[in-house]
Design a protein. Sequence first.
Length: 397
Amino acid sequence: MTTTLRMHQQFGTAVLRNASKLAALTIRSAPGLVTKYARHLATLVLLYTMYLRRKSVPGMVLYIALWSIPQRVLARLTGTCAAPKELDTFTAAIINGLSWVTEGTTIEHLFEVKRSLAFHSYLDGKKARFMGAKFSKVAKTAEWPVEGVWIAEQWNHIPWVSDTLPHDTYAGDMDDLVVFFFIHGGAYCFSTSEYASSHHFELMKSFNARESKSGRNKRLVVFSLEYPLAPEHKFPAQVHVAADAYKWLVSKVGAKNIIIGGDSAGGHCTISLMNYIAATPELNALSVQPLGNIYFSPWVHAPTSWDTNAKHDIISMLGLRFTDKLVFGHLPNKTNDILEIPAEDFNVAAKGTLVIYGGSEILSDGIERFVALLKTRKMDVPGLEVCRFDGMPHCFK
């Protein structure tokens, strides 16, 4: 099966090199010299090429423009639209196209997506810088094996920077600084620490403006973790790296108010990190423990059956199952499944837990079961708040 698929991909690549020449020849030729059959054949070759290369960015754009948008416009006009009414036609078409891209179930495709999403993270970082965000990289040292990036509204909000600024740059009281320790998503396989940078910047601006207006001195800054990706690095290596980073924030940086959060796999890693902190005496004994958690579309469970949201989300069931096996397949059965953890074994933050997700994502059922599990604890989860946004896909931000 794999050999056949590779032969098709190789054939598709060869066709791609010659498809534009064939199309140009067909278009330039006089109608009398080119038969109707030849024109149809050229069209079929182009469509087949687009299908084979659908996992690439050009293929995705072609798919959205030539198939997804017309299909959804027709569905709206005929009253047979399957997409949520909350989404406009263009957004629904893009979501469908992105879902198509995530259907890959080969290592070759995974690395194509990895390169694409790394570039997406790079662009998001550039966008945030253009908006005015301040960035400073944190590199590994012999003492602390921590990598990531500080993202702040102002330079003097960054408490400690290894390269750009001297140590202890933050001029205010550390009691007034809130550090959002962010763990990015991407199925543990994709993206970088600059992912969602523009979203972080808007969050910081809103928080800091509200604090200034109220006369308080709290300031929000983000530390986004760079962790080793699968499949080269197997889970739970990412949790151990996150644990080192948390210890670094407390012991070296001196942070006193820490919120830990993440989206998708980053949400899974956050839950795992919280439980790891509770189970590790060295971390549990730290003077500063997490004040809050933010779970944005957390990947708590891999669906085993198709549901209606599979038509609406940006991730596909095929891709989700593939990455689930790739990342967690080496573990004992259900070791990674958050829903298999007894309710009393969850380590929850002292001040609040926020769960945000889209009503039309294929992970919504698992997220709702996770919330229900938290609510069965003998001791209430302090400040638990759940926000469901109907019609929204996975990690909609």
